[in-house]
Design a protein around this ligand. Structure first.
Ligand SMILES: N[C@@H](CCC(=O)N[C@@H](CS)C(=O)NCC(=O)O)C(=O)O
Length: 312
């Protein structure tokens, strides 16, 4: 393995991980798969991130990319062709992704847990209840089931919007070629379809199902398994890449200076903060450097959309 190899920390049933796996397929990339646990604790993941436990996480040497928004931005930077943004789709694709990653995902998740909640182990419910700090009805199966009629309504509306949209006749949502919008809209529907089949309205949307099959056929790229120990060893052996070290000095909140200690915390769920010294920041990305007693220095990269930055 080399310092620029792509290592994805994930687990098979994670919808957000599926977004990245399909992104690998779209770009035809070779990557290494590290399977992480579905519930905390995740010692071999947080050693790399400094506390962030969400899935997926992309590791390239000692650079650690958190959140699919930041992961896809990095893949686009390193492997620009084929692009996630066919001509004219930047901006549109980002707005659609923000809707799909929150509203569409939350509806699909609510439906799966509302219908199948009893089949998931109690440890998963307990973990997700603390992970979401009381959102989603405290992850209580009975309360989640009570939400089903409302969630079904919402899901059917979402499906109808998407199906109407595809009436334009192009193969993908924003153009003849796939874009980031397709990846983002696909993963919650993949999650619903793989857990619930085509009930809950999908069966009535043949155009949408055909589009899902087209996205699925992008595949997952070329994948090789890797153990968590090997991934940690990789981080130990590598130095974080120097990068461009650009810092937006006149930030809207307060000036940023290289090396200042900051925290970065998700705004939606999984509110674990990562603390580190500022390496770089621009309008939609921020990177912190931290030292782990076992693996040494890592730089942890986040998007700014959906994250709060705190000054220590
Ligand atoms: N906005 C994040 C969301 C990530 C997320 O919520 N992932 C889920 C799995 S699909 C998660 O981490 N769940 C808790 C866990 O797996 O520990 C992203 O785009 O990566």
């Amino acid at each position: 393995m080399t310092a620029t190899d792509l290592v994805l920390h994930h687990y098979p049933r994670s919808p957000f991980a599926e977004k990245v796996r399909i992104a690998f397929g779209l770009k035809g990339l070779h990557w290494h798969s590290v399977i992480q646990p579905r519930i905390a604790p995740k010692p071999e993941l947080v050693a790399l991130t400094g506390g962030y436990r969400r899935i997926p996480v992309l590791q390239i040497g000692a650079d650690i990319y958190c959140d699919t928004r930041r992961i896809l931005a990095e893949l686009e930077r390193r492997f620009p062709e084929p692009t996630f943004y066919p001509t004219g789709t930047r901006g549109q694709a980002d707005v659609i992704a923000a809707w799909a990653d929150r509203a569409l995902f939350a509806t699909a998740l609510g439906l799966v847990f509302g219908l199948n909640g009893d089949r998931f182990p109690p440890e998963l419910h307990a973990d997700r209840a603390s992970f979401t700090s009381g959102k989603f009805d405290g992850w209580d199966s009975v309360k989640m089931r009570e939400q089903l009629p409302a969630l079904r309504d919402q899901f059917r509306i979402h499906l109808a919007w998407l199906s109407d949209w595809l009436a334009h006749g192009d193969a993908f949502l924003l153009s003849k070629a796939p874009s980031l919008a397709d990846l983002a809209v696909y993963h919650p529907l993949w999650y619903a379809r793989s857990n619930l089949g085509e009930s809950e309205g999908l069966a009535g949307h043949l155009r949408l199902l055909a589009w899902m099959d087209r996205v699925a056929s992008l595949g997952h790229g070329m994948v090789e398994d890797l153990s968590p120990e090997h991934a940690l060893e990789m981080a130990r052996r590598c130095q974080p890449a120097a990068g461009s070290h650009s810092i937006v000095a006149a930030d809207q909140n307060a000036p940023f200076t290289e090396g200042m200690m900051l925290s970065v915390t998700p705004l939606d769920w999984g509110f674990d903060s990562v603390i580190g010294a500022l390496v770089s920041a621009d309008y939609d990305s921020i990177a912190l450097r931290r030292e782990d007693p076992d693996i040494g220095a890592t730089v942890v990269h986040f998007p700014r959309a959906g994250f709060a930055i705190g000054r220590l």
